[in-house]
Design a protein. Structure first.
Length: 312
């Protein structure tokens, strides 16, 4: 491996991979390094472990910088020895980041690199979620142009994109799916949060709404009653996560969930689109610093507890 390369070990779904790509792109441009996108920690096909979804490389779906490389992929529904080693490296990086950086590695499971660009000198490997607005903002022009350049867009995407641009509905993202297995940490969406978000964005002049979610059958009746959607876009209506995210960014307003997927849809929409995000970001998880842009409006998430009930 050349010392003039920055290797980014991609993990997670589209939102997480975009944060990792943004950091790698920034290092590549500012440090004049060749960008290498590593697939070693990704499965070849979508699967899940303990109810948590895993996704293959999502960066391939748009015109991006850098090249792809992997010595192997993660086995289906399992983690190999290399994956476990890299997890241990990230956990070590949370407690001793400076030591790893001496070897050209940014490894972190939960912590975020907050320092200035001088700490990026000599960096050769990124093994972290890198969920920070810092690098997205620094590379905003490049990222926006690249992510919008979808490779082989579907016919359904073209039709829906024309419709959403014309009607500019309020977009409500309901992250369910694998979040149901992690409700203690991530929380369960509150009908009160959605109702207050709609009132905040529309006032008394109620506009049309579109719901984006993984599976429409998982949406509760009280949420459907509150949102009264004109359209529900799920994985059956549109398979590509990238196309779903870009559609969400073209609405007239966005009520986001506490997911990186929502974050990127809101970020891609630009300052012209009002965004409502939940606060705190997680029900019981770590405090999120350096993630939420100041122009977004934060509303009390009122997270439901596991097994909890709430009257809409």
């Amino acid at each position: 491996m050349s010392r003039n390369e920055i290797h980014v070990f991609l993990r997670g779904g589209l939102g997480n991979q975009l944060f990792q790509y943004a950091m790698g792109l920034h290092v590549s441009i500012t440090q004049n390094k060749d960008l290498v996108l590593r697939e070693d920690l990704l499965p070849e096909n979508e699967d899940e472990i303990a109810g948590v979804s895993r996704w293959p490389n999502q960066i391939r779906n748009f015109e991006h910088s850098g090249r792809h490389y992997s010595t192997s992929h993660q086995p289906a529904f399992d983690t190999n020895l290399f994956g476990k080693f890299m997890q241990a490296q990230r956990m070590f990086g949370d407690s001793a980041p400076g030591l790893l950086r001496r070897f050209g590695i940014h490894g972190a499971e939960t912590s975020i690199l907050q320092d200035d660009d001088s700490t990026l000198k000599g960096l050769r490997y990124i093994n972290a979620y890198a969920a920070s607005k810092r690098f997205a903002l620094a590379q905003q022009h490049n990222l926006t142009a690249q992510v919008q350049s979808v490779r082989n867009p579907s016919v359904a995407f073209g039709l829906l994109d024309n419709e959403i641009r014309k009607t500019e509905p309020i977009v409500v993202h309901l992250r369910m799916g694998d979040y149901r297995a992690l409700t203690e940490t991530f929380g369960t969406i509150s009908p009160k949060f959605v109702r207050e978000g709609l009132a905040f964005l529309t006032g008394s002049d109620r506009r049309s709404t579109w719901i984006f979610t993984e599976n429409r059958d998982e949406i509760s009746w009280d949420l459907l009653d509150i949102i009264a959607p004109e359209r529900i876009i799920d994985s059956e209506a549109l398979k590509s996560p990238l196309e779903n995210m870009l559609l969400m960014s073209h609405g007239g307003g966005l009520i986001g969930s506490n997911s990186t997927f929502s974050w990127w849809a809101a970020w891609m929409s630009g300052s012209r689109t009002p965004v409502v995000a939940p606060a705190p970001w997680f029900a019981q998880g770590p405090v999120v610093d350096g993630l939420i842009p100041p122009e977004w409006d934060l509303l009390d998430a009122q997270w439901l507890q596991p097994g909890g009930d709430e009257s809409a």
